[in-house]
Design a protein around this ligand. Structure first.
Ligand SMILES: Nc1nc2c(ncn2[C@@H]2O[C@H](COP(=O)(O)OP(=O)(O)O)[C@@H](O)[C@H]2O)c(=O)[nH]1
Ligand SMILES: [Mg+2]
Length: 318
C-alpha cells in the first residue's frame, strides 16, 4: 500500500476528521514514540490522533528516512496543523512540500573541462560500473568523446566488466591489472585521455568500505594525482547510492564525503520498488544533490534527477 493510501486511512479524506475515519482504532494502543515528546503539543487531543502521528512517523521511517529528518519533517507538519485536524491531503501536501524543499539542490552535471573528469565512488554492488557505462552512453549521445578508466583493481573481474561495457557503448577503456595501484592506472589513463583530446574521462573505483582506511587513502591518492600531477580539477565526484539501502546509505554518504569532495549522487535501482527515502536524509544532512537516477539494467536506463518524480515515488508507489 502506498504512503498516500496509508495516510488517507489514518487521517481520512477532505471532510472527515481523524478520529471518525481511522479504521485502525487499535492504533490508540500503540506507545507514543519517545522521540516526538519534545515536538508534540498533544494536550487535549484524542488519543487516536496522537497515535496517527506515531504511525505517520513509522511510515516515514519505513520509507527510508532517518529518525532526525523524520522528526524535523513531522515537527513542521505538526506545527502548521495545530489549528484544527488536518485531512490526509493536507498532511500529504505538507510532507510533499517539505521533502521537495529538502531535495531542492543544484543538480547540474558538470561535463566540461580539458578533459572533464568524473570520479565515481560507492560501496560494492551499488551499481558504479553499470552506471558509468550508462553515463558514458548518455554523454556519447550528446556528442562528447569519452574514455573510461578501470581503477577498481581490487575485485577480480571488475576490469573485464568495465571493458565489456565500454565495448558495448563504443568507448575506449584504460585497463589495469588486479592489484595495481589505482592512482597509477588513473595517471596512465589521464595521459592517454589528454593525448587523445577526449572531452571527458570517467573513473571507476573500488568500493570496499569495510576497509575504510585503505579505501580513503586510495581515493585521496587518486584525487591528488589528478589535481597535482595534471593540474586538473575534478568536474564531478559522484557517489553511487543504491535506492534499496536504508539508513546505511547516510553512513555511506558521510564516510565517502569525509574522504573525497562528493559533488553529487547517482541513485540506482529505483526500479526495484524501494522508496529511496535515505536520499532525503543525505540531502538534509550533507546537502549533496542527486544528479542522476538509474532505473534498470539497460544502457538507456539513466536520466537526470527530477525531485518531484522522486517525491511522488516515495509518497505514491506501493
Ligand atoms: N535493477 C537494477 N539493477 C541495477 C541498477 N544499477 C545496477 N544494477 C545491478 O546491480 C549489480 C551491481 O552493479 P555493478 O555496476 O557491478 O556495481 P558496482 O560493484 O558498484 O560496480 C549488477 O547486477 C547491475 O546490473 C539499476 O538501476 N537497476
Ligand atoms: Mg564495479
Amino acid at each position: 500500500m502506498s504512503f498516500l493510501s496509508r495516510v488517507r486511512q489514518l487521517f481520512g479524506g477532505d471532510q472527515v476528521s481523524a478520529s471518525q475515519s481511522s479504521p485502525s482504532a487499535n492504533l490508540a494502543d500503540m506507545p507514543a514514540a519517545a522521540g516526538l515528546a519534545g515536538v508534540r503539543h498533544d494536550g487535549g487531543k484524542p488519543r487516536e490522533q496522537v497515535a496517527n502521528w506515531d504511525t505517520l512517523e513509522e511510515l516515514l521511517i519505513d520509507a527510508g528516512i532517518d529518525i532526525d529528518t523524520t522528526l524535523a519533517i513531522l515537527q513542521e507538519v505538526h506545527k502548521t496543523s495545530l489549528l484544527g485536524r488536518p485531512t490526509a491531503d493536507q498532511v500529504i501536501e505538507r510532507i510533499r512540500t517539505r521533502l521537495t524543499s529538502i531535495l531542492d539542490l543544484d543538480t547540474t552535471l558538470h561535463t566540461s573541462g580539458n578533459p572533464a573528469i568524473i570520479l565515481v565512488t560507492g560501496v560494492n554492488g551499488v551499481g558504479k560500473t553499470s552506471s558509468i557505462a550508462k553515463l558514458a552512453n548518455m554523454l556519447k549521445a550528446q556528442g562528447l568523446s569519452v574514455l573510461l578508466i578501470a581503477a577498481d583493481t581490487f575485485r577480480a573481474g571488475a576490469v573485464d566488466q568495465l571493458a565489456i561495457l565500454g565495448d558495448r557503448v563504443g568507448v575506449p577503456v584504460m585497463r589495469s591489472v588486479e592489484g595495481q595501484d589505482p592512482s597509477s592506472v588513473v595517471f596512465n589513463g589521464l595521459q592517454k585521455g589528454i593525448a587523445d583530446h577526449v572531452d571527458l574521462v570517467l573513473i571507476d573505483t573500488a568500493g570496499r568500505l569495510e576497509n575504510k582506511k585503505n579505501l580513503t587513502a586510495e581515493l585521496q591518492k587518486v584525487v591528488r594525482v589528478i589535481e597535482s600531477k595534471f593540474g586538473l580539477p575534478l568536474s564531478e565526484c559522484l557517489l553511487v547510492i543504491d535506492a534499496t539501502t536504508g539508513e546505511n546509505a547516510l553512513m555511506q554518504a558521510r564516510a565517502f564525503s569525509e574522504a573525497v569532495p562528493v559533488s553529487g549522487i547517482i541513485l540506482t535501482k529505483v526500479d526495484s520498488g524501494a522508496k529511496g527515502g535515505s536520499i532525503v536524509s543525505i540531502a538534509r544532512e550533507l546537502h549533496i544533490p542527486i544528479k542522476l537516477v538509474c532505473n534498470g539494467e539497460g544502457l538507456e536506463s539513466i536520466k537526470p534527477f527530477d525531485k518531484d518524480e522522486l517525491v511522488n515515488m516515495m509518497l505514491l508507489s506501493d
